[in-house]
Ligand binder design. Structure first.
Ligand code: GLU
Length: 293
């Protein structure tokens, strides 16, 4: 078993992250496998070496270990470019110049027969209305400094593959999860796979990384359940192996509200400063202490 924790070094490690990391580490250790730490630093404008150092320090303090050196996404842009070229050559990508505002406006404009429809929200926000989607397959070289979207309808020429889930997903699912083409088209849509200012986008990079690192079990929050559907589709399109997915519950505050990524008052570093022990944190997120070394 090879699990991974892939934080973005754009802020402090908070309790929700710590839960995900400890769970992945516990699962790998229980199976005699390997836990891998990967640094998701594609967003160069927000990633900082100080945050990377801090999160490694926090993870070490929690009792986790991992093989070094860690894979850092910013060192692998050529691999993401190769995957984008492949999807482009398959006629599955198109450039998009819409801003968020353009998308909102396009969706709020009255559409024939749909004037009262509430715009659908997918894993990345509003489902793209298709404004820039070309009528025919684009040829020629892939535009390099452009936002590129996946043409979901074309990508679904074969139905999306089911995937295996060992956690509980958002609706208490386990086992093989079916995904329909209708769901992919209507509730996910033409997702962004490359960004003008960033190169590869998360969905593309994550499947390339998981395959490159031989990840067998992806342990992640159930907030990423819908995104997983995109990842298994991309794995099929790119001929990559499909890991088993374990979507875990989200850590909530005392009012039952999900901890926001930016809730820095839940930073592991602050609990450390206040004298908490790693065991205290395990208990707070509902993990058994017994797995600690
Ligand atoms: N960098 C992503 C995050 O922190 C990775 C999540 C995942 O792919 O499991 O949300």
């Amino acid at each position: 078993m090879r699990t991974r924790f892939a934080p973005s070094p754009t802020g402090p490690l908070h309790l929700g992250h710590a839960y995900s990391a400890m769970l992945g580490h516990d699962m790998a250790r229980a199976a005699g496998g390997v836990f891998i730490l990967r640094i998701d630093d594609l967003d160069r404008s927000r990633a900082r070496p100080e945050w990377e150092a801090q999160l490694k320090d926090d993870l070490g303090w929690l009792g986790l270990d991992w093989p070094e050196p860690c894979r850092r996404e910013s060192d692998h842009t050529a691999e993401y470019d190769a995957a984008l070229d492949r999807l482009w050559d398959m006629g599955l990508l198109y450039p998009c110049s819409c801003s968020r505002r353009d998308i909102r406006e396009a969706l709020s404009a009255p559409q024939e027969g749909l004037s009262t429809a509430v715009p659908e929200t997918g894993p990345d926000g509003l489902v793209y209305p298709g404004t820039c989607r070309p009528g025919t397959v684009l040829t020629g070289p892939r535009p390099k400094d452009a936002t590129l979207r996946l043409d979901m309808r074309r990508a679904l020429a074969a139905p999306p593959p089911p995937f295996t889930e060992t956690g509980h997903g958002p609706e208490g699912q386990t086992g093989r999860i079916e995904t329909t083409s209708v769901h992919m088209t209507n509730h996910i849509g033409d997702v962004v796979l490359a960004r003008r200012d960033m190169g590869a986008a998360y969905h593309l990079a994550v499947v390339v990384d998981d395959a490159a690192q031989g990840i067998t079990h992806v342990v992640r929050g159930e907030d990423l359940f819908e995104a997983t559907r995109i990842h298994v589709l991309l794995q099929r399109l790119l001929g990559l192996p499909q890991p088993i997915y374990h979507h875990h519950r989200l850590v909530r505050d005392e009012h039952g509200k999900r901890l926001a990524k930016r809730d820095d008052s839940r930073a592991v570093a602050l609990y450390r400063q206040d004298g908490a022990t790693p065991e205290d944190l395990r208990q707070m997120v509902g993990l058994s202490p017994s797995a600690l070394r």
